[in-house]
Design a protein around this ligand. Structure first.
Ligand code: FE
Ligand code: ZN
Ligand code: FE
Length: 189
Protein backbone atom coordinates (compact mmCIF):
# COMPACT_ATOMS: atom_id res chain seq x y z
CA UNK A 1 0.00 0.00 0.00
CA UNK A 2 1.32 3.43 -0.97
CA UNK A 3 1.37 6.22 1.58
CA UNK A 4 -1.62 8.51 0.99
CA UNK A 5 -0.43 12.13 0.56
CA UNK A 6 -3.75 13.90 0.22
CA UNK A 7 -7.43 13.56 1.03
CA UNK A 8 -7.88 12.60 -2.62
CA UNK A 9 -5.49 9.65 -2.09
CA UNK A 10 -7.28 8.68 1.10
CA UNK A 11 -10.61 8.87 -0.73
CA UNK A 12 -9.41 6.51 -3.46
CA UNK A 13 -8.06 4.08 -0.86
CA UNK A 14 -11.38 4.18 0.93
CA UNK A 15 -13.19 3.35 -2.33
CA UNK A 16 -10.82 0.46 -3.07
CA UNK A 17 -11.30 -0.83 0.47
CA UNK A 18 -15.10 -0.66 0.13
CA UNK A 19 -14.98 -2.32 -3.27
CA UNK A 20 -13.04 -5.24 -1.82
CA UNK A 21 -15.34 -5.39 1.21
CA UNK A 22 -18.43 -5.66 -1.04
CA UNK A 23 -16.81 -8.51 -3.00
CA UNK A 24 -16.08 -10.34 0.25
CA UNK A 25 -19.72 -9.89 1.29
CA UNK A 26 -21.00 -11.18 -2.06
CA UNK A 27 -18.91 -14.31 -1.43
CA UNK A 28 -19.94 -14.71 2.23
CA UNK A 29 -23.70 -14.08 2.08
CA UNK A 30 -24.71 -17.34 0.35
CA UNK A 31 -23.14 -19.28 3.24
CA UNK A 32 -25.14 -17.27 5.76
CA UNK A 33 -28.31 -17.79 3.72
CA UNK A 34 -27.68 -21.56 3.70
CA UNK A 35 -27.11 -21.52 7.44
CA UNK A 36 -30.29 -19.59 8.21
CA UNK A 37 -33.52 -21.39 9.11
CA UNK A 38 -36.07 -18.56 9.35
CA UNK A 39 -37.59 -17.86 5.93
CA UNK A 40 -37.82 -14.18 6.80
CA UNK A 41 -34.13 -14.06 7.62
CA UNK A 42 -33.24 -15.96 4.44
CA UNK A 43 -35.35 -13.52 2.40
CA UNK A 44 -33.76 -10.48 4.03
CA UNK A 45 -30.24 -11.79 3.38
CA UNK A 46 -31.12 -12.76 -0.20
CA UNK A 47 -32.49 -9.31 -0.86
CA UNK A 48 -29.38 -7.73 0.58
CA UNK A 49 -27.23 -9.94 -1.64
CA UNK A 50 -28.92 -8.38 -4.70
CA UNK A 51 -28.53 -4.91 -3.21
CA UNK A 52 -24.85 -5.62 -2.47
CA UNK A 53 -24.18 -6.46 -6.12
CA UNK A 54 -25.66 -3.11 -7.11
CA UNK A 55 -23.49 -1.40 -4.52
CA UNK A 56 -20.38 -2.99 -6.01
CA UNK A 57 -21.33 -1.75 -9.47
CA UNK A 58 -22.00 1.70 -8.02
CA UNK A 59 -18.38 1.76 -6.85
CA UNK A 60 -17.25 0.66 -10.33
CA UNK A 61 -19.22 3.60 -11.69
CA UNK A 62 -17.42 5.99 -9.34
CA UNK A 63 -13.99 4.68 -10.40
CA UNK A 64 -14.97 5.02 -14.05
CA UNK A 65 -16.16 8.59 -13.56
CA UNK A 66 -12.69 9.36 -12.18
CA UNK A 67 -11.22 7.81 -15.32
CA UNK A 68 -9.86 4.83 -13.42
CA UNK A 69 -10.28 1.08 -13.40
CA UNK A 70 -12.03 -0.32 -10.29
CA UNK A 71 -9.34 -1.09 -7.71
CA UNK A 72 -9.43 -3.50 -4.78
CA UNK A 73 -7.47 -2.99 -1.61
CA UNK A 74 -7.75 -5.94 0.78
CA UNK A 75 -10.17 -4.93 3.52
CA UNK A 76 -8.70 -6.72 6.52
CA UNK A 77 -11.39 -5.35 8.78
CA UNK A 78 -14.21 -6.93 6.79
CA UNK A 79 -12.22 -10.13 6.51
CA UNK A 80 -12.06 -10.26 10.31
CA UNK A 81 -15.74 -9.47 10.74
CA UNK A 82 -16.75 -12.18 8.26
CA UNK A 83 -14.35 -14.80 9.63
CA UNK A 84 -15.53 -14.23 13.18
CA UNK A 85 -19.15 -14.67 12.07
CA UNK A 86 -18.60 -17.81 10.00
CA UNK A 87 -16.45 -19.45 12.72
CA UNK A 88 -19.30 -18.92 15.18
CA UNK A 89 -21.97 -20.29 12.83
CA UNK A 90 -20.04 -23.51 12.33
CA UNK A 91 -20.11 -24.16 16.07
CA UNK A 92 -23.88 -23.84 16.52
CA UNK A 93 -26.20 -26.82 16.07
CA UNK A 94 -29.48 -25.28 17.29
CA UNK A 95 -31.39 -23.64 14.40
CA UNK A 96 -32.90 -20.74 16.37
CA UNK A 97 -29.64 -19.97 18.11
CA UNK A 98 -27.81 -20.04 14.76
CA UNK A 99 -30.33 -17.56 13.31
CA UNK A 100 -29.62 -15.22 16.23
CA UNK A 101 -25.88 -15.56 15.60
CA UNK A 102 -26.34 -14.89 11.87
CA UNK A 103 -28.18 -11.66 12.67
CA UNK A 104 -25.39 -10.64 15.03
CA UNK A 105 -22.74 -11.33 12.36
CA UNK A 106 -24.73 -9.58 9.62
CA UNK A 107 -25.27 -6.46 11.73
CA UNK A 108 -21.52 -6.24 12.37
CA UNK A 109 -21.01 -6.31 8.60
CA UNK A 110 -23.58 -3.53 8.06
CA UNK A 111 -22.11 -1.29 10.74
CA UNK A 112 -18.60 -1.70 9.39
CA UNK A 113 -19.86 -0.75 5.95
CA UNK A 114 -21.80 2.23 7.31
CA UNK A 115 -18.57 3.61 8.82
CA UNK A 116 -16.73 3.27 5.51
CA UNK A 117 -19.50 4.70 3.33
CA UNK A 118 -20.14 7.62 5.68
CA UNK A 119 -16.46 8.53 5.51
CA UNK A 120 -16.22 8.11 1.73
CA UNK A 121 -19.38 10.17 1.20
CA UNK A 122 -17.97 13.01 3.30
CA UNK A 123 -14.63 12.92 1.44
CA UNK A 124 -16.50 13.02 -1.88
CA UNK A 125 -18.46 16.08 -0.74
CA UNK A 126 -15.28 17.86 0.38
CA UNK A 127 -13.55 17.05 -2.90
CA UNK A 128 -16.47 18.35 -4.94
CA UNK A 129 -17.30 14.91 -6.34
CA UNK A 130 -21.03 15.54 -6.15
CA UNK A 131 -22.18 12.65 -8.30
CA UNK A 132 -20.03 10.19 -6.33
CA UNK A 133 -21.25 11.67 -3.05
CA UNK A 134 -24.82 10.97 -4.14
CA UNK A 135 -24.06 7.37 -5.08
CA UNK A 136 -22.22 6.77 -1.81
CA UNK A 137 -25.10 8.27 0.17
CA UNK A 138 -27.50 5.96 -1.64
CA UNK A 139 -25.48 2.93 -0.58
CA UNK A 140 -25.14 4.27 2.97
CA UNK A 141 -28.94 4.54 3.16
CA UNK A 142 -29.30 0.95 1.96
CA UNK A 143 -26.84 -0.33 4.57
CA UNK A 144 -28.78 1.48 7.29
CA UNK A 145 -32.01 0.01 5.98
CA UNK A 146 -30.52 -3.49 6.02
CA UNK A 147 -29.33 -2.95 9.58
CA UNK A 148 -32.79 -1.78 10.67
CA UNK A 149 -34.42 -4.77 9.02
CA UNK A 150 -32.03 -7.06 10.92
CA UNK A 151 -32.85 -5.29 14.19
CA UNK A 152 -36.55 -5.88 13.52
CA UNK A 153 -35.91 -9.56 12.81
CA UNK A 154 -33.77 -9.86 15.93
CA UNK A 155 -36.72 -8.67 18.01
CA UNK A 156 -38.59 -11.76 16.91
CA UNK A 157 -35.87 -14.36 16.38
CA UNK A 158 -33.76 -13.71 19.47
CA UNK A 159 -36.82 -14.48 21.57
CA UNK A 160 -37.21 -17.79 19.77
CA UNK A 161 -33.56 -18.57 20.42
CA UNK A 162 -34.13 -17.92 24.12
CA UNK A 163 -37.25 -20.12 24.26
CA UNK A 164 -35.30 -22.85 22.53
CA UNK A 165 -33.02 -23.31 25.57
CA UNK A 166 -33.89 -26.54 27.40
CA UNK A 167 -36.79 -27.52 25.17
CA UNK A 168 -39.44 -25.90 23.00
CA UNK A 169 -42.23 -26.11 25.58
CA UNK A 170 -40.53 -24.24 28.36
CA UNK A 171 -41.69 -20.65 28.66
CA UNK A 172 -39.17 -18.38 30.31
CA UNK A 173 -40.24 -15.19 32.05
CA UNK A 174 -39.38 -11.98 30.23
CA UNK A 175 -36.15 -10.29 31.28
CA UNK A 176 -38.06 -7.46 32.97
CA UNK A 177 -40.00 -9.92 35.15
CA UNK A 178 -36.83 -11.66 36.18
CA UNK A 179 -35.21 -8.38 37.12
CA UNK A 180 -38.24 -7.39 39.16
CA UNK A 181 -38.14 -10.71 41.01
CA UNK A 182 -34.52 -10.38 42.03
CA UNK A 183 -33.96 -8.77 45.40
CA UNK A 184 -30.31 -8.07 44.81
CA UNK A 185 -30.90 -6.04 41.66
CA UNK A 186 -32.41 -2.64 41.60
CA UNK A 187 -35.18 -2.15 39.06
CA UNK A 188 -33.67 -0.86 35.84
CA UNK A 189 -36.95 0.65 34.75
FE1 FE B 1 -22.73 -3.18 1.00
ZN1 ZN C 1 -11.56 -1.97 5.33
FE1 FE D 1 -24.49 -4.29 3.41
Amino acid sequence: MKEPKSLQDLYKMELADLYDAEQQIIKALPKMIDGATSEELKDALNEHLDVTKEQASRLEQIFEQMGEKPKREKCKGMQGVITEGSDLLEEIKDDDLRDAAIISAAQRVEHYEMAGYGTARTYAQLLGEDQAAKLLQQTLDEEKEADQKLSDLAGELNAEAMNGEGGEQEEKPAASERTAGSKRRKSAA
